[in-house]
Design a protein around this ligand. Structure first.
Ligand code: OXD
Ligand code: MN
Length: 637
């Protein structure tokens, strides 16, 4: 077949088959665990892979794989002076994000998946998967990718083995996890491990034995991201992108780990982790849950505007937290890298991220400059005059289309981040002092509020929400709940998960304090009231002083909010009126929101823990009482 190719071909046009050429010396051998070996064998037979390569995770493997992908056209090597050892991948335009509607929890009973997950009966799904995976790797190498979520040997870490026919997934797992021989060595004959099967679903040989060329980004229109919580298995078919294919991340470290955590008495959370140090030199650790696209990476790498404060990164996306012998909550970041959203990451918004991605980075679906470096919206104020966009097409400054896909990513080792706290890979983890729950709320939710106790904090987490555009204009109708920012990531019934949080709280002698935060409140004219970014350090300052018992607060039905005179506002441009708007608790709209919370709870019926129903009742009662008091006060006046 003759084809004219642009520099990297188009996603679906044939390229030189990138079938992996195994090194001549034997790669790291099979596992000490006979179940791993038998499973790998079974997967090779099922998928019909041409050969099997056990990944070592070493630099020679990286060099070989990247060179082969560059040669085949699947990766573009960036200019080594600008961006050493870095590459650009362009996906098929039909494969650009996680596919929540194709994500399934296959528990034996539907009610164990709950109303917020897609459910399929395991037996039915297994038949489906068997059909899809049979022969799905014909003509390709099946890579065996052993990985550790968490520092090697950490008592909080968990092990998994992914098989995949995507060398891009291998390279990305090598950045995002402790991957290869060091992880394989951890899997002894009796060690628990999670099997994770991944195929892009683009065999190079069909049932009749007819061979076809490979394409730059193989994938399949049929996609299934499936989880079997009882047998702790992951099967992902049809996509090469992000959370669909790097199975250690959302699939293992959240969906399957949340089930392990429920059964073992710990918490697997969609949370960043930071160490904050006050001007007096006292350090505290904060964990914070925000829904996707609320600036988690920016918060995790914050450059505080408040003099003397230091924020150091421990993790930007996932935290595993376990009660320790002293009754405190101890956390690790189970990941080893960042899979960050590129657009919006720039010198002014997140200079630390920009410093982090100096090299050794895989970029996906961002634009390519004429001098072979990358660019995306928000990286610099002014776009280069000419680019190749994320699809590889010509793009000129002023064009109305995005140069980078809005979900374009960088995948980079965490150790390159200049703000990493030295404890970030401590196998023992770090003690968590406070937990923050944040949504993207134009209305109602104050800048910061402290929960009165753990159950109130769990209520705050369960009711995290964001508004759609209509709500940004002031209506509440379009509120979307994202409990604990775990809506697409909880591997079991969300109401049982709330009950689990309450249980873990009861097991802690020294529970972290819980706070709700909201950087996104808007004024009557629609503009943001709070400057955000580095100024969020002022909220951190108040939170930390509350932990130390040194900050004043005002009681409201929504929790304790800062006393204005005791909140570091100077220099923010936030005056008294803006502060009032930022922290206002409007009774009528809070009561309206209580109705929405009730609707949320009703979706789960009797499984909702009575403590959360009690929290809702008490909130309504406090709001009604405070409305009566205010009316009585004004009548008296
Ligand atoms: C992510 C997400 O990619 O939350 O981290 O979607
Ligand atoms: Mn995330």
């Amino acid at each position: 077949m003759t084809l004219t190719l642009d520099p990297v071909g188009s996603a679906t046009s044939p390229v030189t088959a990138p079938t992996y050429v195994a090194p001549t010396a034997p790669a790291a051998g099979s596992s000490r665990n006979s179940e791993v070996n038998a499973w790998v064998q079974r997967m090779a037979e099922l998928t019909g892979a041409a050969d099997v390569h056990w990944c070592t995770g070493d630099s020679a493997e990286w060099t070989r794989l990247t060179a082969q992908l560059v040669e085949s056209g699947s990766l573009v090597r960036l200019d080594p002076e600008w961006r050493p050892n870095s590459f650009l991948a362009r996906s098929d335009p039909r494969d650009v994000a996680r596919v929540e509607e194709r994500t399934f929890i296959c528990s034996e009973r539907e009610e164990d998946a709950g109303p917020t997950n897609n459910w399929r009966a395991p037996a039915e799904m297994r038949i489906q998967l068997d059909t899809l995976f049979r022969g799905s790797m014909r003509g390709r190498t099946m890579f065996v990718v052993p990985f550790s979520m968490g520092p090697i040997g950490s008592p909080l870490a968990k092990l998994g083995v992914q098989v995949t026919d995507s060398p891009y997934a291998v390279l990305s797992m090598g950045i995002m996890t402790r991957m290869g021989t060091q992880a394989l060595d951890q899997i002894g004959p009796d060690t628990e491990w999670v099997p994770a099967v991944h195929s892009v679903g683009y065999p190079l040989i069909d049932d009749a034995g007819v061979v076809r060329d490979d394409v730059r980004w193989p994938c399949n229109d049929t996609k299934y991201i499936t989880h079997f919580p009882e047998t702790r298995e992951i099967w992902s078919f049809g996509s090469g992108y992000g959370g669909n294919s790097l199975l250690g991340k959302k699939c293992m470290a959240l969906r399957i780990a949340s089930v392990l955590a429920r059964d073992e008495g710990w918490l697997a959370e969609h949370m960043l982790l930071v160490k904050v140090t006050s001007p007096a030199g006292r350090s505290r650790v904060l964990a914070a849950a925000f829904p996707s696209a609320c600036g988690k990476t920016n918060f995790a790498m914050m450059q505080p505007s408040l003099p003397g404060w230091k924020v150091e990164t421990i993790g930007d996306d996932i935290a595993w937290m376990r009660p320790d012998a002293q009754g405190r909550l101890r956390a690790i970041n189970p990941e080893r890298g960042f899979f960050g959203v590129a657009p919006g990451t720039g010198e002014t918004t997140n200079p630390t991220a920009i410093d982090t991605i100096w090299g050794n980075t895989i970029f996906t679906n961002v634009a390519l400059r004429d001098d072979d470096d990358v660019w995306w919206e928000g990286m610099t104020d002014v776009a280069p005059r000419h680019l190749r966009d994320w699809k590889g097409d010509d793009w000129h400054r002023g064009d109305s289309s995005h140069a980078a896909h809005p979900n374009g990513r960088f995948t980079v080792p965490a150790e390159q981040c200049p703000s990493m706290a030295p404890e970030w890979d401590d196998p023992e983890g770090v003690v968590v002092d406070a937990i923050l729950f944040g949504g993207r709320r134009a209305t109602n939710i104050p800048l910061v509020a402290e929960a009165t106790d753990w159950a109130h904090g769990v209520f705050m987490g369960a009711t995290i929400s964001s508004e759609r555009t209509a709500a940004a204009e002031g209506t509440l109708g379009e509120l979307r709940h994202d409990p604990f920012a775990m809506l697409p990531f909880c591997g079991y019934n969300m109401a049982d998960y709330w009950a689990h949080w309450l249980r873990v709280g009861r097991s802690l002698a020294h529970p972290p304090k819980i706070f709700q935060v909201n950087w996104f409140r808007r004024g009557a004219d629609g503009s943001f009231l709070w400057p955000g970014f580095g100024e969020n350090s002022r909220v951190v300052d108040w939170i930390v002083r509350r932990l130390d018992g040194r900050a004043l607060a005002t009681w409201t039905p929504a929790g304790h909010i800062p006393w204005r005179e005791d909140f570091a506002l100077e220099g923010t441009g936030v005056d008294e009126d803006i502060w009032e708007e930022l922290t206002a608790i409007d009774t009528a709209s809070w009561l309206a929101e209580c109705d929405l919370t009730e609707q949320l709870f009703d979706r789960f019926g009797r499984r909702v823990p009575h403590e959360l129903r009690a929290q809702l009742a008490s909130l309504r009662w406090k709001l009604e009482r405070s409305a009566e008091t205010t009316t009585a006060d004004s009548a008296a006046a």
